[in-house]
Write a protein that binds this ligand. Structure first.
Ligand code: UDP
Length: 326
């Protein structure tokens, strides 16, 4: 049945993909974004759809909208962005979530809170199941995001317990795909852009740290299934179980772009988790969810996106396999 669904952070990387998906499932979508890290161009193609509505609003301010369900995504999520204004990041994670939980309570809407694998910090348990409480530095460079999201989870379960709000909590692991931002410092976008420009790929530290990367369509599928599930408030990891070192990722990007770029090493940022891999058993059991897109295939789609974008912006000559095609 068609629903009216609010997506906060709907003009962002994940949010815009989610808006598209919900519209194609036949829903009405209210996209709320303050365009702090979201981009208007991400949703421009959706504006012609009469079932799509854009509201420019900062989630740290209260708002009430008549909706049936909420996906709460609004928050800067890349280390470069969230560390630029850490106080604002905490306010967005905490006050923003509080306001959206209030909204859900008021209009009796089910709400998906998007948390993060960062709640596990630099994990001492590997891979990370939802039952692991984490190893977070509460005063480190990442604390504004990690602790903000941990508090958001605490708020969400409290609203469920105290006010019977229909809360679902997704812990999203590293996600990549078209519409990643070129300037937000994430490893996948950095490496692809560096390779396409024929510049050295900057591997931080030794490059032995690991992550598991999930293609955006798979992450969105997980979120949609989570909202629909009757499984309750216990958090669910949405992430790939395939783990890669950053050096291996760099080599793969060089191979897939056909670039002549070399790999160089740069200083490792503070509190950079040494290893991360989703234990996605719960998502498999409860949501019958499993990532479908292999890293190689997802990277090819993402590379094609960036190549086209750079050509459109006139940064790469059209048709040329830049980055030093071999
Ligand atoms: N990283 C890297 N080179 C880059 C950007 C990031 O080696 O140009 C590393 C970073 O140190 C981290 C991993 O890639 O170990 C993932 O970084 P990202 O910022 O994408 O996400 P997060 O650290 O939040 O998982």
């Amino acid at each position: 049945m068609s629903k009216r669904i609010l997506v906060t952070g709907g003009a962002g990387f994940l949010g815009s993909h989610l808006c598209e998906r919900l519209l194609s499932d036949g829903n009405e979508v209210v996209c709320l974004d303050n365009l702090f890290t979201g981009r208007r161009e991400n949703i421009t193609p959706l504006l012609d759809d009469h079932r799509f509505e854009f509201v420019r609003h900062d989630v740290t301010e209260p708002i009430v909208l008549e909706v049936d369900a909420v996906y709460h995504l609004a928050c800067p999520a890349s280390p470069v962005h969230y560390q630029r204004n850490p106080v604002r990041t905490i306010r967005t994670a905490v006050e923003g979530t509080l306001n959206m939980l209030e909204l859900a309570r008021e209009v009796h809407a089910r709400i998906v809170i998007t948390s993060t694998s960062e709640v596990y910090g630099d994990p001492e348990v590997h891979p990370q199941p939802e039952t692991y409480w984490g190893h977070v530095n509460p005063i480190g460079d990442r604390a504004c995001y990690d602790e903000g999201k941990r508090c958001a989870e605490a708020l969400a379960v409290s609203y469920a317990r105290q006010y019977d709000v229909g809360v679902r909590i997704a812990r999203l692991f590293n996600t990549y795909g078209p519409r990643l931002y070129e300037n937000d410092g994430r490893v996948v976008s950095n490496f692809i852009l560096q390779a396409l420009h024929g510049e050295p790929l900057t591997v931080y530290g030794e490059g032995t740290q690991t992550r598991s990367f999930c293609y955006v369509d798979d992450t969105i599928e997980g979120l949609v299934r989570l909202l629909a599930s009757e499984h309750g408030t216990a958090p669910v990891n949405i992430g790939s179980q395939f783990e890669f070192t950053m050096v291996d990722l760099a080599k793969l990007v060089v191979e897939l772009t056909g670039s002549r770029s070399e790999i160089v090493h740069a200083p490792l940022p503070a509190d950079d988790p040494k290893q991360r891999r989703a234990d996605a058993t719960r998502a498999r059991e409860i949501l019958a969810w499993e990532p479908r897109v292999q890293l190689r295939d997802g990277l090819l789609l993402t590379i094609a996106y960036f190549r086209q974008r750079l050509q459109r912006l006139g940064v790469l000559p059209a048709g040329k396999n830049h980055g030093g095609g071999r």
